[in-house]
Design a protein around this ligand. Structure first.
Ligand SMILES: [Fe+2]
Length: 399
């Protein structure tokens, strides 16, 4: 199994170098989202479909939409309610609106689930005979979607920078992976974070840390991706706590948006790992945000890499600003302690309640299926190892 998986992962890495890459542009700065209409106008786009959420509208975070009229553009707003966020039905509806209203580009304003809906809507517009099911999977998108400008309103999912979209359907979760679905322009504006509840800041910020850490540790990683991972880790350890304490802190927000973007680019290059496989599989059993689960699983997974990835864990310790450790082993252990401490200080604690043995077995089975052979993790973990991690993630573990 291990030899097959490593051969598969090496083959995927070699193929990666031959895939066409889509150039992405980024603008940043407090208040920069207000200029989005001018960016579009300069590029010749006059009638965007702006995809966002009703919650953000109610919070008054879509003021920038008024900029369309000022810039002399037409534009239409498509708002998704909470139940529709991240669902294929919303993407199908957005595609119909785009065609009916004769739009010429897409703007997404929201968290990862809104940006992912916009990615899918764009793919369906450009590929009229496709359905969300036929374009899900790896490299199934044939025609390039319309121009997509993304304005993230959380700092963590990294969707604004990734080649993937995760959507829900009545048949379960769909993952679409293609370099063609990366947004063309990203605007990072910390103003969009100022009304985030601290719990969302914590979960999404830790998700960015998990993206950066897992992509850094993976085998066959692209060096540029590893550099992005280390930069993201540095930014997160310096800025996540200040943003958690005060979501209106513009400087911390700007740096966390940058970290999320870099971590998103890193995991598009180098994949994620078992913390993600476990979180995805666990999502159907417990009601915790994705970032909460990945953050909780990360230190438990990293402990299994001690002795195997000490050198890289030590580099992460240094990037995180760790002090006092004298050798590589202490640094590797120190990084894991730093992640645990960050989790604790933001209320990311072991899960309450319990699952039956059969349910845990099912989650571990799904996690193994997702991780192997796709994720080039430093140590391949089979179902039993993943099951042990799952059991440790509960409050009453070991009782
Ligand atoms: Fe994630």
């Amino acid at each position: 199994m291990s030899t097959f998986a490593r051969t598969y992962q090496l083959g995927a890495r070699i193929a990666y170098f031959f895939l066409p890459k889509k150039r992405m542009r980024m603008k940043e700065g407090i208040g920069s989202s207000e200029n989005f209409a001018y960016y579009l106008k300069r590029l010749g786009y006059l009638n965007p479909l702006v995809i966002s959420s009703k919650d953000l509208y109610d919070l008054g975070l879509l003021e920038c939409y008024k900029g369309l009229r000022k810039a002399g553009l037409v534009g239409h707003l498509y708002l998704i309610d909470r139940a529709g966020e991240g669902h294929i039905d919303a993407a199908i509806e957005a595609k119909c609106r785009y065609i009916e209203l004769n739009c010429d580009c897409i703007v997404s304003i929201g968290g990862g689930s809104i940006i992912d809906v916009a990615k899918m809507a764009g793919v369906l517009v450009a590929n009229p005979s496709a359905t969300p099911f036929t374009v899900s999977g790896k490299l199934k998108v044939t025609r390039r979607p319309p121009y997509h400008l993304a304005i993230p309103t959380t700092a963590g999912s990294g969707s604004e920078a990734t080649v993937a979209a995760v959507l829900m359907s009545r048949r379960g979760r769909l993952i679409m992976i293609s370099p063609k679905i990366r947004p063309d322009l990203v605007i990072l504006d910390a103003e969009m974070l100022r009304k985030l509840p601290p719990k969302i800041v914590a979960a999404s910020g830790m998700d960015a840390l998990v993206h950066a850490t897992e992509s850094y540790l993976n085998c066959f990683a692209v060096p540029k991706g590893r550099r992005n991972s280390l930069s993201a880790v540095r930014l997160i350890f310096n800025n996540l706590m200040p943003l958690y304490v005060d979501p209106s802190d513009g400087e911390a927000g700007s740096r966390m948006l940058e970290a999320s973007y870099l971590a998103g680019k890193a995991f598009s290059d180098n994949y994620v790992g078992c913390a993600h496989a476990l979180a995805h599989a666990m999502a159907s059993k417990v009601n915790y945000p994705h970032g909460y689960l990945t953050a909780l699983f990360l230190p438990l997974v990293l402990k299994r890499y001690l002795g195997k990835s000490n050198h890289r864990l030590a580099k992460l310790y240094e990037a995180a600003g760790g002090r006092g450790a004298e050798d590589e082993i202490q640094k590797a252990e120190g990084f894991i302690l730093m992640v645990e401490e960050l989790n604790r200080s933001m209320g990311i604690l072991p899960l309450k309640g319990k699952l039956e043995e059969a349910e845990l077995q099912e989650v571990a089975y799904k996690a193994e299926k997702e991780a192997n052979p796709l994720y080039p993790t430093p140590k391949m973990m089979k179902k039993d190892a993943l099951l042990a991690i799952l059991k440790e993630s509960f409050e009453d573990a070991g009782q």
